[in-house]
Design a protein around this ligand. Structure first.
Ligand SMILES: *Cc1c(COP(=O)(O)O)cnc(C)c1O
Length: 384
């Protein structure tokens, strides 16, 4: 079956006892057993729950994976992958990274002796050069947050195979509708399902998908042991959101391209980052490995924190808020919000300045979004 059909049906057969067409919510924490050592599929909801199972089955299918573990947040999903490492191991990550990922990597470095090297992901050879005999994994985010750098997934996967290192791709920004890293050679895909997968800003969740049984066993063990599992209602909401992923993504990216094009022509805007613009330095690579360019746009205004603040205060349709990937448009200030965990000097070296603004373009009417941005840019500029 193809993507949209799987998004709506996989793992979601009619309920065998009642015929309910929509997956029931199973809040039960425990499941009655028949005799010693004999139970149906579930015993306790930390180790497994039918509503969670439906979500895991659907997500695995959409990422072209065999297995999925769902978690109570993207960060819980990320920590499950880090639990595969032991003291002395080395990992390589792209330097243009979600701030929370950087924060937990640094925690593992200082608390557990796991070393991280950060490289510029634009050039795949940077990964090969950073590999040491202790390297266990390479961690990539593409398109990256917030500057939409693109990592060549297939090229990095080949390097990983050559050196017996496993590749982890955080696919949150693209969503499985636009990019499927397991097909391109990644061993593990990580998601913050809080974002495009749920898509309605009403659930925090995460997931890890793989085709590797050994990895799945370790992740499942960790999921049950550490217990950061999503509740049945959250799983159900996420499943509901997932059904419309493709129609949402189409509208997100149609709006994003119009907005990126508008921003590039605006005199108060110094730079625009969107992989769908033909002059994005990696436009061709994005075209090769993605089936669309997504809904995330960032740009730099001719000004700093004060001008940015005036911009945010003038927005009426966009909400000035953290997070991304939902139907409503959001604007955020990476320097203080998503990327506050990265020291200012390092942050600026990576191109995230006090003039950098990130947009998560929603699915409202693009005219309203552009008018909103036009007005806010005018206010920021006029009083500059
Ligand atoms: C939001 C996000 C995370 C963290 O997920 P939470 O659900 O907030 O815990 C990880 N990676 C990326 C790329 C994200 O955008």
């Amino acid at each position: 079956m193809k993507f949209n059909t799987r998004a709506i049906h996989t793992g979601q057969d009619a309920d065998p006892t009642t015929g309910a067409t929509i997956q029931p919510i199973h809040p039960s924490s425990t499941f009655t057993q028949e005799e010693i050592g004999k139970f149906k599929s579930y015993e306790y909801s930390r180790s497994g729950n039918p509503t969670r199972k439906a979500l895991e089955t659907c997500l695995a299918s959409l990422e072209n994976g065999k297995y999925c573990c769902a978690f109570s947040s993207g960060m819980a999903a990320i920590s499950s992958v880090l639990s595969l490492l032991v003291p002395g191991d080395h990992a390589i990550a792209t330097e243009d990274l979600y701030g929370g990922s950087y924060r937990i990597f640094e925690w593992y470095r200082t608390h557990y002796g796991i070393n991280f090297t950060y490289v510029n992901g634009n050039d795949s050879d940077n990964f090969a050069r950073a590999i040491t005999p202790a390297t266990k994994l390479i961690w990539i985010e593409t398109p990256s947050n917030p500057l939409t750098h693109i990592v060549d997934i297939a090229a990095v996967a080949k390097i990983c195979r050559d050196y017996s290192v496993f590749l982890v791709a955080d696919n949150t920004f693209a969503s499985p509708y636009l990019q499927q890293p397991l097909i391109l050679g990644a061993r593990i895909v990580v998601h913050s399902t809080t974002k495009y997968i749920n898509g309605h800003s009403d659930v925090v969740g995460g997931a890890v998908i793989t085709n590797d049984l050994e990895i799945q066993k370790a992740l499942g063990y960790y999921q049950n042991m550490a217990g950061a599992v999503p509740g049945p209602f959250d799983c159900w909401l996420t499943l509901r959101g997932l059904k419309t992923l493709s129609v949402r993504m189409k509208q997100h990216q149609a709006n994003a391209l119009q907005i990126a094009t508008f921003l590039r022509r605006h005199p108060f805007v110094e730079a625009v980052h969107y992989p769908g613009l033909p002059d994005h330095p990696q436009h061709d690579l994005a075209k090769k490995q993605m089936s669309g360019f997504g809904g995330m746009v960032s740009f730099r205004i001719r000004g700093g924190r004060e001008e940015a603040n005036r911009f945010f205060k003038s927005l009426k349709v966009f909400s000035f808020a953290e997070s991304l990937g939902a139907v409503e448009s959001l604007a955020c200030y990476p320097a203080v919000m998503t990327h506050a965990a990265i020291p200012k000097e390092k942050r600026e070296k990576r191109g995230i300045t006090d003039g950098t603004i990130r947009l998560s373009v929603g699915i409202e009417d693009s005219e309203d979004l552009i008018n909103d941005l036009m007005n806010a840019l005018d206010v920021a500029q006029r009083t500059a």
